[in-house]
Each structure stands twice: as structure tokens, then as C-alpha cells.
Ligand binder design. Structure first.
Ligand code: NAP
Length: 327
């Protein structure tokens, strides 16, 4: 597995990270703890070093399961990335990136993850009810206390990052990025590159669309977010499926799967770490084969053409944004 250094920190980690949102169960139709633990261990065997989680994923469940899976392993053999700044009441999430909330959450996360430090600590969403100065200054304190090794943000705009950087170091940024969600290419990605902020991007497989296993008949159970994801609704869904069919053909030219093409494409755009969500060990079978090959310039153009021709009205993942607290 290829490695990357995260900004100016001394963290060297794998270019593919394991995303554990689905492992929390919430918004993914439930979880299976044993399979989840097997998946996390399989990721490590495949050379993945970075495991990304968050308190809100299953209201603590994802972090707890990650902690269980890693129990007894040499702490320096993996990197833990988690987040802060979303609270919940009776199953409803709200943004809260206040100083008090951050200081409470870090204690809870350390306990659930069964560790005494976090490698990458990320403000999950900007909180309009708290000044960025308050959030950033609290993150700086944790960094200075060496409770966290890197300061990160997620879902922040460039302006919000600029304000943050006036009060704290900023090492990483976690926005969405995959073949179907490319908003960051315009301004955010160049800004991060210019400012030495490492990109850890989420949704590498666009919630499973880029695995090629979805059909018009695929259904999702319980509270699975894909029941409300606008990409999975008519008329867009068939457009995305048509694009997937043609992207698969590009992958086959290289004797690769669509999953391998999708992850390789992200890494070839200069992203430091692509987060691949999985909750069954066999979903990681393709990891070996995502790197050490290159999509040609001609095929890069072909991919863009496929997307333009098939998707009339592309849409981002904005539906996932949690609300602010009510005043
Ligand atoms: P993703 O990588 O776009 O898709 C993951 C889903 O695809 C899996 O849960 C699984 O769904 C399916 N899948 C994965 N590998 C597969 C394979 N080889 N074959 C068939 N199906 C496969 O995931 P994501 O979880 O949305 O995003 C990745 C990570 O980014 C998250 O887990 C989280 O850590 C992070 N994230 C962060 C934010 C943020 O706001 N910062 C937001 C979203 C995600 P099924 O098991 O249902 O088939």
C-alpha cells in the first residue's frame, strides 16, 4: 500500500483509508458487529493504516466497534481519524462545535476508541452558532496538549478554512470527492494544495453506486440513506447507472474492476487519502489492484465525456448536511 505524509505532521499513512460510517449502522439500515470487526481487521491486513470514524456514526457505535477491533494491536500500527462537533438528541443530529462540546467529545471518543490520543481530529461540520475562532482555538489547545496529532476540518468552505487558520494550524480537510461528486476541483482542492492542507476525501464509491452492483431493482432496508439520496431517485438514478455501465468498460480495458478504477481515479487526482466505506470483509477484496497502475490521459478524457453525456443534472451529497441547533 502506498503511503502519504499528512501535511507538516509526522503522520505517514496509507493512501486508502477505511470509512466506518456504515459500521455504525445509523442511516445504513443497521450493523453487524462481528462482520464489522472482521472488516476493520481485514483492512489492516490489506495494508490500510487510516481508519476514519465519528461519534455521530451510530451515536458512538462506530467508534466503539473500531476500538474493539483494534484492541491489543500495537498503537503505532494504525492511524485513527475521528471527528467532533455534532451532538444528538433522541436520534436527531445537530451541529455543536462549541468549546464545551469539543472538550466533552474528545473524552468520550478516547474512551470509546480505547486510546490515549487521536491521530487526525476533524471538525465534522462548521457550526453557524459558534465562532470559528472558538472552535479553532479549542482544537489548537488539544493539539498543543498532544491529545491529537493533526487538526482537521470537514465540509468547510475556503472562507471558513481561512478564518480557522488564523487561530489554529490546519493539517487536513475532508470534503466529498468521487467520480460523480467533483465540486472541489474548482477552488477547494487548489486552495488545499497551495496551503499544504492534506485532502482526506470521503465517499470514494459514491455510497456504493460506483461498485457496479446496483440495478434499477436494488432496494435498501430500514433507515438506509440511499432511500432519500437524490442520486438514487428517478430520473437521475438511471442516468447514473448508465454512466456506471460505461465506466465499467473503461475499467475492463485495464483488467480492473469499477471499484479499482474509481479509487485509482481519485488518487490520480493528487488526493492524499481516499476514504473507502466498507462493512463486510469481502468488500475490500479489490484493494490490492487499486494502485500501481495509471489511467491514461486519453481515458481520463473519455471518463469526463461519459459523465457529461450520461448525467444531465448532476447533484452533490448536500442532502447529508446535519441541521444547526435552533436558537
Ligand atoms: P463509499 O465508499 O462511497 O461507499 C461505501 C458503501 O459501498 C459500503 O458501505 C458498501 O455498502 C458499498 N461497498 C463498498 N465496497 C464495496 C464493494 N467492493 N462491493 C460492493 N459494495 C461495496 O462510502 P461512504 O461510507 O459514504 O464514505 C466513506 C467514508 O467517508 C465514510 O465511511 C466516512 O468515514 C466518511 N464520510 C465522511 C463524511 C463527512 O461529512 N465528513 C460524510 C460521508 C462519509 P453496502 O454494504 O450497503 O453494500
Amino acid at each position: 500500500m502506498k503511503e502519504t505524509q499528512l501535511s507538516t505532521t509526522d503522520i505517514h499513512t496509507s493512501r486508502v483509508g477505511l470509512g466506518t460510517w456504515a459500521i455504525g449502522g445509523w442511516m445504513w439500515g443497521g450493523t453487524d458487529e462481528d462482520l464489522s470487526i472482521e472488516t476493520i481487521r481485514r483492512a489492516l491486513i490489506e495494508g490500510v493504516g487510516l481508519i476514519d470514524t465519528a461519534p455521530i456514526y451510530g451515536f458512538g457505535e462506530s467508534e466503539r466497534i473500531v476500538g474493539q477491533a483494534l484492541k491489543g494491536l500495537e498503537r503505532s500500527s494504525f492511524e485513527l481519524a475521528t471527528k467532533v462537533g455534532i451532538e444528538w438528541h433522541e436520534g436527531n443530529p445537530y451541529r455543536n462545535a462549541s468549546r464545551d462540546r469539543i472538550l466533552k467529545e474528545i473524552e468520550d471518543s478516547l474512551t470509546r476508541l480505547d486510546t490515549d490520543y487521536i491521530d487526525v481530529y476533524q471538525v465534522h461540520w462548521p457550526d453557524p452558532n459558534v465562532t470559528i475562532e472558538e472552535t479553532a482555538a479549542t482544537m489548537r489547545e488539544l493539539y498543543e496538549q498532544q491529545l491529537i496529532r493533526a487538526v482537521g476540518v470537514s465540509n468547510f468552505s475556503i472562507d471558513q478554512m481561512k478564518q480557522f487558520m488564523e487561530h489554529a494550524p490546519l493539517h487536513t480537510c475532508q470534503p466529498p470527492y468521487n467520480l460523480f461528486e467533483r465540486d472541489i476541483e474548482g477552488e477547494l482542492k487548489p486552495f488545499c494544495k497551495q496551503n499544504g492542507i492534506a485532502l482526506i476525501t470521503y465517499g470514494a464509491l459514491c455510497r456504493g453506486l460506483l461498485t457496479g452492483k446496483m440495478t434499477m431493482d436494488t432496494t435498501f432496508e430500514g433507515d438506509d440513506l440511499r432511500n432519500v439520496d437524490p442520486k438514487f431517485q428517478a430520473p437521475r438514478y438511471s442516468q447514473y447507472l448508465n454512466a456506471v455501465k460505461r465506466l465499467k468498460q473503461v475499467a475492463e480495458k485495464y483488467q480492473k474492476t469499477l471499484v479499482q478504477l474509481s479509487v485509482n481515479w481519485i488518487l490520480q487526482q493528487g488526493i492524499e487519502v481516499a476514504l473507502w466505506g466498507a462493512r463486510k470483509p469481502e468488500q475490500l477484496a479489490d484493494i490490492d489492484g487499486t494502485m500501481d497502475w495509471e489511467i491514461s490521459e486519453e481515458d481520463m478524457q473519455q471518463i469526463d465525456q461519459i459523465l457529461q453525456e450520461e448525467i444531465e443534472n448532476p447533484i452533490g451529497p448536500d442532502f447529508m448536511a446535519p441541521p444547526a441547533r435552533e436558537a
